[in-house]
Write a protein that binds this ligand. Structure first.
Ligand code: PEP
Ligand code: MG
Length: 583
């Protein structure tokens, strides 16, 4: 059975939302895989026949040449390859796969070669095992001839009907330039960065793009429906009907918001009934601070400072002065708006990788404020850099992964201690991230202890539902609308309000138009989202009547499951849809 709602998370590098069928392209193996519409089967078989004829002619030529110039014995290699070409397990099998499984010739050939390879490798016969190299040779030649020198991705896109989403390990700028972007609505890549040339190109074309997914080409199958958000970096494979409805709405809102970005930048965020909402932005790369200002954010609600570690040569970014410079620049750029800098949220593995070049795997364990308390040398360096930068703007320090009042108190005491060692440093607000159930359940106490609370729904959901957020096999169960999650969220909002503390949500949940409505209903009045999503959220909030959202939220926490919550949100979705239609 195909799994639905499989979520992958990458880096959104070109905003916008798109839904389409996947075309999977792996440049390493030079493979493009696609399921065929009934009408294309014959054309594909014809491609195979033509490639086979061409391969035969080439091999005969080679064989004659080698026989003349090298010798008969060596030419026999190619005679054997010609026999292989006629082996029913190769060409006829490819033809059969095209017909019966309706897959494109390149993919069918890849499959047939794989099957033969297995047979050869399994045989006890050494002679057959040695033919594996010849198989790769004939197979490779057939593959090249199938393509006649054209890039398979470019020609495949030409032949298919849109809307398509290209899922690739990577796409070179020259290939990107040749793709038919009227059909390709989005791009998803295993690797890539915001600054590579392909990304710069697609961004200027307005094509939503998510990169850095790692294994998208392995997880996503050709022909599957996928929805992507180039702002938040989310990718959903085979969304079910409900998810599809939400994503369609999101796509419409995103288009509407992007169209009127200039108009909306200076407008404050308010709900339909005039309730003022604060919208801050999340940031990972300090140099991209301009985007925060561009979209009209009221401040930075979450700067994920651990990204500094990744970019440090060796562990050089950890130097106090280098950190100080980054923080100072951020604070100055935003002043007088507040900048919330989260202290390093890096687990042991990330630190080990930095210092010893080990593979990156985040696990439960020594991360966030726990790690800060245990390795207070690193924490002290970061804190000195932060406190020194504080006079340059409105700094707020946010502690990640807090699990108890005692822990928070210890970290705060340490900050006080470090501050006393620095002349002329005034007190800075210190907040707690609420991202594990233990923190949500003690939010009433934490709210009295901390200067502000910031809810990290990304982790809160995974720890509440016992769903590893990085395991795509479980991602269909990663569900922000689960009543258990909503109850915790409500607890935090109640705690924040009662203690008169600032409280907000900085997890991805706040970037979803419908879910942000639910959060308003649960009592939240401040959110921090990725810059590209901010205009969409602002626009969506205009469609939300906060009293209606409150009623929804009251029923949602008592619902049996996410399905029920989805139904409760339907009227809000409808109003949002009308808002989009109205321009
Ligand atoms: C969260 O957990 O929701 C959060 C904002 O932090 P991160 O995504 O960096 O873990
Ligand atoms: Mg988190």
């Amino acid at each position: 059975m195909t799994r639905t709602n499989v979520r992958l998370n990458g880096r959104g590098v070109a905003e916008g939302t798109a839904i389409g069928r996947a075309v999977v392209a792996v440049s390493d193996a030079r493979q493009v895989r696609y399921r065929l519409a009934a009408g294309r089967v014959d054309r594909e078989r014809q491609r195979l026949r033509a490639a086979r004829v061409m391969t035969r002619t080439q091999l005969e030529d080679i064989s004659t040449r080698v026989s003349r110039t090298v010798g008969q014995a060596q030419a026999a290699i190619f005679a054997a390859q010609l026999l292989m070409l006629d082996d029913p397990m190769l060409a006829s099998r490819v033809d059969e796969l095209i017909r019966t499984e309706r897959i494109n010739a390149d993919w069918a050939l890849e499959r047939a070669i794989g099957e033969l390879h297995e047979v050869f490798a399994r045989e006890g016969d050494a002679w057959l095992r040695e033919r594996i190299g010849d198989l790769a040779d004939v197979g490779g030649r057939l593959q090249r001839n199938l393509r006649l020198g054209r890039d398979p991705l470019v020609s495949l896109v030409q032949e298919l009907d849109g809307p398509l989403i290209v899922v690739a390990d990577e796409v070179s700028p020259s290939i990107a330039a040749q793709l038919d972007w009227s059909k390709v609505r989005g791009l998803v890549c295993d690797v890539g960065s915001p600054t590579n040339h392909t990304v710069i190109l697609v961004r200027s074309l307005g094509i939503p793009t998510v990169v850095g997914l790692g294994s998208a080409t392995q997880v996503i199958l050709p022909g599957q429906t996928i929805a992507i958000d180039g702002a938040t970096g989310e990718v959903v494979v085979e969304p079910d009907q409900q998810a599809l409805e939400r994503w369609t709405l999101r796509a419409q809102l995103a288009t509407a918001a992007l169209r009127k970005l200039d108009e909306w930048r200076a407008v404050p965020a308010v709900t339909a009934d005039g309730l003022r909402i604060r919208l801050d932005a999340n940031l990972e790369i300090a140099e991209e601070v301009g985007r925060v200002i561009d979209v009209g954010a009221e401040g930075i609600g979450l700067y994920r400072s651990e990204f500094l570690l990744d970019r440090a040569p060796g562990a050089g970014g950890l130097h106090e002065d280098a950190q100080f410079e980054t923080y100072r620049r951020l604070l100055e750029a935003l002043a007088p708006r507040p900048v919330t800098i989260r202290t390093f949220d890096a687990g042991e593995e990330r630190w080990e990788r930095l210092t010893h070049g080990l593979a990156h795997r985040e696990r439960f364990g020594l991360r966030g404020v726990r790690a800060a308390l245990q390795h207070d040398d690193r924490f002290r360096v970061q804190m000195r850099a932060l406190l020194r930068a504080a006079p340059f703007g409105q700094l707020r320090i946010l502690l990640p992964f807090v699990t108890s009042v005692v822990e928070f108190r210890q970290a705060r005491a340490l900050i006080g201690d470090i501050g006393r060692g620095l002349p002329g440093v005034a007190a800075v607000p210190v907040g707690a991230m609420i991202e594990v159930p233990a923190a949500a359940l003690t939010a009433d106490r934490l709210a009295r202890e901390a200067d502000f609370l910031s809810v990290g729904t990304n982790d809160l959901i995974q720890y509440t539902l016992a769903i590893d957020r990085t395991d795509e096999r479980l991602s269909g169960h990663y569900e922000p609308r689960e009543p258990a999650v909503l109850r915790l969220l409500r607890m935090v909002a109640v705690a924040g309000r009662r203690a008169s503390r600032d409280f907000s949500v900085c997890g991805e949940m706040a970037a979803d138009p419908l879910l942000v409505a639910l959060l308003v209903g649960l009592g939240y009045r401040a959110f921090s989202v990725t810059p590209a999503a901010l205009p969409v959220v602002k626009r969506s909030l205009r469609a939300v009547d906060s009293r209606f959202a409150e009623r929804c939220a009251r029923q949602a926490v008592a619902a049996d499951g996410a399905e029920g919550v989805h139904r409760l949100l339907a009227p809000i979705a409808e109003v949002m849809g009308r808002l989009v239609a109205g321009g």
